[in-house]
Design a protein around this ligand. Structure first.
Ligand SMILES: Cc1cc2nc3c(=O)[nH]c(=O)nc-3n(C[C@H](O)[C@H](O)[C@H](O)COP(=O)(O)OP(=O)(O)OC[C@H]3O[C@@H](n4cnc5c(N)ncnc54)[C@H](O)[C@@H]3O)c2cc1C
Length: 327
């Protein structure tokens, strides 16, 4: 408790934004599970974000940035560190030539709606993807209609301790690949710049967005607690197809179940613990490997599970990791 109070005092003195002590992470993830973090801090602007990372570095307190928590599975034990919640980074500026500069916490869905309302092409691939635009950059979010790569121009990143400052980098520097980026561990995207093009045909973008949303509605479970696809698709195949082929739809572990509608979704029926969800994911992975020889790779980022490495974007003082990134 003394540790928490000392941490709270240091954060308050540094003016880092709203501080929520001992916050339960289940309220910040679309899976609806997750135990306590030491503190969750919501910096409202880049300057506060920089101060926050600096003070956490000085105090040697580990941290993880979190956007919409739509690709994040947090353990029941939670996280013995600070969550940097980006949801208060809501700046929004429109420029000539269809350039949009937004805070990392802006909802991806808001950008898709803005662009499709103006018949601007570039963000259609993000239609139906929850979470924030910062999280979308880190995960290189996308689907059948394209990915964030199609409209990403550059990002402002606050670098990890000990050299904390804001750098503006071109999207190419993120080495975006299938659901991965190469951001250094502990760096946090604070602002994102996107570039769109006018579509040739009137109404083309909203039509494309509608088709992609219809496809999602027809193939994926809606209104459930999940993180979307749990596994990445292996080269030339689909994780959902493999899981289905192995007869794993409907497989259960307590309140966690493999969706009957889309085999790559694990759904929290409402009573699942994070441990049950993690166990079910492991069972699916092991069964698919035993039956097909394919070892599926996690797309979901896990936090606070014994045996799992810290998330690639976490800053852990005892680990000096070069590179990093979500891979
Ligand atoms: C129903 C459903 C459907 C989905 N469909 C798709 C889909 O079609 N395609 C797809 O790609 N994904 C999909 N997802 C997964 C998820 O929505 C995306 O990966 C999304 O872009 C994650 O954004 P987020 O803000 O929620 O990130 P979070 O889940 O909060 O974080 C994801 C990772 O990014 C890091 N991170 C987040 N914000 C920042 C930041 N500002 N700076 C540095 N690191 C950061 C976190 O530490 C974590 O490692 C789906 C999820 C759900 C629940």
């Amino acid at each position: 408790m003394r540790y928490i109070q000392a941490l709270a005092g240091a954060l308050q003195r540094t003016r880092v934004g709203e501080i929520r002590l001992e916050e339960r992470m289940s309220g910040y993830t679309t899976m609806g599970v997750g135990g306590l973090c030491r503190a969750l801090v919501r910096p409202p602007d880049l300057a506060s974000l920089e101060r926050l990372i600096q003070v956490l570095g000085d105090l040697k307190v580990k941290y993880v940035p979190v956007g919409g928590g739509s690709n994040l599975l947090v353990s029941d034990e939670g996280f013995e560190g600070v969550i940097i919640a980006t949801d208060a980074l809501q700046e929004w500026e429109e420029f000539e030539d269809y350039i949009l500069r937004v805070g990392a916490g802006v909802a991806t869905a808001r950008i898709v709606k803005w662009a499709s309302g103006r018949n601007l092409t570039g963000a259609e691939g993000l239609a139906g993807i929850p979470g924030t635009i910062g999280g979308a950059c880190v995960m290189n979010a996308g689907g059948r209609g394209g990915s964030i790569e199609d409209c990403l121009l550059r990002v402002d990143i606050v670098t990890a301790p000990p050299e904390v400052h804001t750098v503006n980098v071109q999207s190419e520097a993120l080495s975006l690949a299938y659901r991965s980026s190469s951001l250094p561990a502990g760096s946090v995207i604070g602002r994102v710049e996107l570039k769109f093009e006018e579509a040739d045909q009137p109404g083309a973008v909203s039509q494309m967005v509608k088709e992609l949303l219809d496809y999602r509605a027809a193939t994926q479970p809606a209104g459930v607690l999940s993180v979307g696809s749990v596994f990445k698709n292996p080269e030339g195949d689909s994780a959902g197809r493999l899981i289905d082929e192995c007869g794993l739809k409907g497989l259960r572990e307590g309140g966690a179940v493999v969706s009957e509608r889309h085999a790559n979704y694990v759904v929290n029926t409402g009573e699942a613990t994070a441990a049950q969800i993690r166990t079910l994911i492991g069972r699916v992975r092991d069964s698919v490997e035993a039956l097909t020889g394919v070892r599926l790779e996690l797309e979901v980022v896990t936090l606070g599970f014994p045996g799992d490495p810290p998330p690639a974007m976490a800053w852990v003082p005892s680990l000096s990791r070069a590179g990093g990134g979500v891979r």
